[in-house]
Design a protein. Sequence first.
Length: 72
Amino acid sequence: MVDCVQTWRKKLRLQELVDIAKNELESGTEISEIYEILDKAMSFRWKLVNSTRKLYLEDVKKILANQFVLVM
């Protein structure tokens, strides 16, 4: 049961990060600045460690490139 909660929480976090990234892309922000914004959001909101933030950023990159589909 714990795995389900952790997976659900990760999907919610990824969805929120993807939404932020899409909004920033639409406003014309450069991709490097978007990654900095996402990194700051992850460290501030969820206090994630550096290695976990890198994993989340990789997942966000895959989702934005349509290599990975986030199913809720």
